[in-house]
Design a protein. Structure first.
Length: 423
């Protein structure tokens, strides 16, 4: 099906705004679509797919765009649209543009320089190469640059088994498969709209990456305990923790953003949970936190991070992050983990997690914490995984990678507050 000629102009206009990298690409797209309500759902879908394709392949497409004549932003828009919808679907192109697109799209990208094929900023590509060598670094980059499937978590509170949910989805018809590691996870290769499904509306299913589901499981939250999700955000892990607790005990969802916590409310209403207490805090040393010092059985710190493990879903992140920003995040990560640790009672568990694949946000933060807090001990991840019956081979830490585990990139460490020595 042919696309309207105006679509090139729309794609070019929104691309120009997104490439300023002043905010997340999905927010810029949403705002643009609100301002241009005459665009139909198919047109919006093509524009969005083109933009995300461009962000994933920005290094290669920028290199290609420099080989033609005319405005480079238009050439980038054309490359994105051709990649998403095919050259034959484009209207309003000059003969020269059509010929150039055909030549460019036929180029074998495997013959391009490896650093260009990675479609990563130079500083990040060099970090990957230094850590794992060029061959594996490219495999990781390609996995991070591929679109993610849709992962769902079955809400165990609602009483449906994973098999029953698979059968219900098949009637939609949506093909879902069990995830390999999370016992409550489902994976859908395509990305159907699920918001109108009864299963979604009644809280039986929630959208959550399998890696994120596993992080919640590592906390090991049990019935009747006092637990905190220290950086709850929109509450995906909070809901999983509440279900693990079988809707008993007390679960605090802390966050400094009232806007983020507001997104938890409709999800909470669907979930059927009544043990969750969302709390807006001013900072990590808020008085509301001090009152709970030494009282909690489990605390999850899903720390603010670079988000470089989520590039499959948020490809613009790699172009918006830099080394200065990561150094600033390290200071914040250290302060948050230090503050959250005060909540944990003797024998309690503290889980530090990020959706980053960088050592300075992960192992380095945990090592520094242990050195500064001799009252905490690292629990080997292999032991925690066995305890939770998760079939994964890990050493001291959980390190999930998209090219190895088909999840987003996640890191987690489990720490335990030592019990006092009995004289």
């Amino acid at each position: 099906m042919r696309l309207p000629p105006a679509l090139v102009g729309h794609t070019e206009e929104v691309l120009r705004e997104i490439l300023r990298f002043t905010g997340p690409a999905d927010m810029v797209l949403s705002r643009y679509f609100r301002d241009h309500q005459r665009l139909g759902s198919r047109e919006r879908g093509v524009i969005a797919e083109s933009i995300y394709g461009l962000l994933r392949n920005k290094s290669v497409f920028t290199s290609f765009s420099e080989s033609g004549s005319g405005a480079s932003m238009r050439r980038l828009a054309l490359l994105g649209l051709a990649d998403a919808a095919g050259i034959d679907s484009l209207c309003g192109l000059t003969e020269e543009e059509t010929g150039w697109l055909q030549r460019v799209m036929e180029i074998d990208r495997a013959h391009l320089p490896v650093s260009l094929q990675s479609n990563l900023p130079t500083w990040l590509w060099e970090k990957f190469v230094e850590k794992m060598g060029e061959t594996e670094a490219l495999v990781l980059a390609q996995a991070l640059n591929a679109p993610a499937p849709l992962d769902l978590r079955v809400n165990s509170i609602k009483g449906s088994s994973r098999e029953e949910v698979i059968a219900s989805l098949a009637l939609a018809p949506i093909v879902a498969e069990p995830t390999p590691y999370s016992a409550l996870g489902l994976r859908i290769k395509k990305k159907p709209s699920i918001q109108n499904l009864p299963l979604f509306q009644d809280g039986t299913i929630e959208v959550q990456d399998e890696g994120s589901q596993l992080l919640a499981q590592l906390v090991g939250a049990k019935r009747g305990e006092m637990v905190a999700d220290f950086c709850a955000g929109a509450g995906g892990k909070t809901l999983a923790l509440g279900a693990s607790m079988r809707n008993t005990g007390r679960l605090y969802a802390f966050d400094i953003s009232e806007k983020r916590l507001a997104k938890l409310k409709p999800r909470l209403a669907r979930s059927g949970l009544s043990n969750v207490h969302p709390v807006v805090i001013a900072h990590e040393r808020d008085a509301k936190i001090k009152r709970l010092a030494g009282k909690l059985d489990r605390v999850l710190v899903d720390a603010p991070c670079s988000g470089l493990g989520t590039l499959r879903r948020n490809p613009d992140v790699k172009w918006r992050q830099n080394l200065v920003g990561i150094a600033e995040l390290n200071v914040k990560q250290t302060a948050i983990l230090d503050s959250a640790a005060r909540l944990v009672k003797s024998g309690g568990r503290l889980v530090y997690a990020t959706c980053s694949v960088l050592e300075e946000e992960n192992e380095a933060i945990v090592s520094a914490f242990i050195a500064a807090h001799p009252d905490f001990t690292l629990v080997p991840m292999s032991q925690v995984l066995a305890e939770q019956k998760i079939d994964l081979e890990m050493g001291d830490y959980l390190k999930l990678m998209p090219h190895l585990h088909q999840t987003d990139g996640f890191f987690a460490a489990v720490l335990e507050r030592n019990k006092p020595q009995v004289a």
